[in-house]
Write a protein that binds this ligand. Sequence first.
Ligand code: NAP
Length: 294
Amino acid sequence: MAVLIDGKAVAAELRAQLREAVQQLWQERGIRPGLALLLVGDNPASQVYVRSKARACQEVGFVSIVEHLPATSSQDHVLDYIRRWNADPAIHGILVQLPLPRHIDEHAVLLAIDPRKDVDGFHPENMGRLVLGLPGFVPCTPAGILELLRRYVGPLAGKHVVVVGRSNIVGKPVANLLLQKTPTANAVVTVCHTGAADLVPFTRQADVLIVAMGVARAIRAEHVKEGAVVIDVGINRIVDPETGKERLVGDVHFEEVLPKVSAITPVPGGVGPMTIAMLLWNTYRAATGQIWNR
Ligand SMILES: NC(=O)c1ccc[n+]([C@@H]2O[C@H](COP(=O)([O-])OP(=O)(O)OC[C@H]3O[C@@H](n4cnc5c(N)ncnc54)[C@H](OP(=O)(O)O)[C@@H]3O)[C@@H](O)[C@H]2O)c1
C-alpha cells in the first residue's frame, strides 16, 4: 500500500510553527517580517497565486504589500518598485510574480532584487550559492520537495533520483540540491528533458522520481520502477472526461502509477502547499538575517 505524501499537513505544521516564531520575533526584537509582492498584468493564475501568498502572509502575522501594475507598465516602472523595496527596512522579502509581460526583461528584474531580500531564490547570486553548496535562499518549490523527502524518505545517499524537467525554478535547483555532498542529499542524480527521445529507460531506474514537466498525466505505469517514490510537481487544469468539470491533475497519471509506488505526492495537496510554506519561512529568515549574516 503506497504512502500518500501529505504536503498539505506538513505545510500546515510549518505554518503553525512559523506563527509562533513570528510572535516571538515581535515580542523579543520588535520585528514583523514584511513581504512585498509585485504582479504585472492580468494573468488569472498569477492573480490567484499572489492572492494566496498575501493571505498566507496575513495568517502567520507578516506584513504584506501587493502592488498590481498594468500589463503595459514599463520595465523602468517595475524596477522603480524593486529599488524602493530594496531600500525599505520594513520590507524583508521581495517577490516578483512570474511570468512578466514579454516586453519586460525578466532577468533584469530578478537581478535588480537585493539578494538578501530574494525570498524566491531566483537571483543569480542565490542560484550560484545553491550550486556551490553555500548558504543562501533556496527556491521555494525545490525546498518544499526536499522537506517532504526528508520527512517521508530519509537520507538519500546513493539513491538514484531522476528529475524530469530542467526549468530554472524547479528542475535545475532540485537536481543541484540533491547532488550536494550533505547528509540529507548525496544522491546520484539524472536530469531528463525533451532532448531524451524516450523517458522510460531513465525514469524506470529511479528510486525517487521527481516530475516537473508541465504535461498533464504524462508519466504512466511503464515509466516507474516497482517501489519507487514519486514526487509530482505538475499542476495542470484539465476537463474531466467523466464529469465534464475542470479539475487539477499532476504530471503523473496518479491512478495508474499508485499500485507500483511506495510513496507518492497527490495533486492537489502534495508539493503545491509546500511552496507557499517555504516562501513564508524564507521571508522569516530574511527578516531575522539568518542566511546572510556573513
Ligand atoms: N507545485 C508547485 O508549487 C509548482 C511550482 C512550480 C511549477 N509547478 C508546476 O510544475 C510543472 C513544471 O513547471 P516548470 O516551471 O518547471 O516547467 P517548465 O518551465 O515548462 O519546464 C518544463 C520542463 O519539462 C521538460 N519537458 C516537458 N515535456 C517533456 C517531455 N515530454 N519529455 C521530457 N521532458 C519534458 C522541458 O524540457 P525542455 O527544457 O527540453 O523544454 C522543461 O525542462 C508545471 O505543471 C507547473 O505548473 C508547480
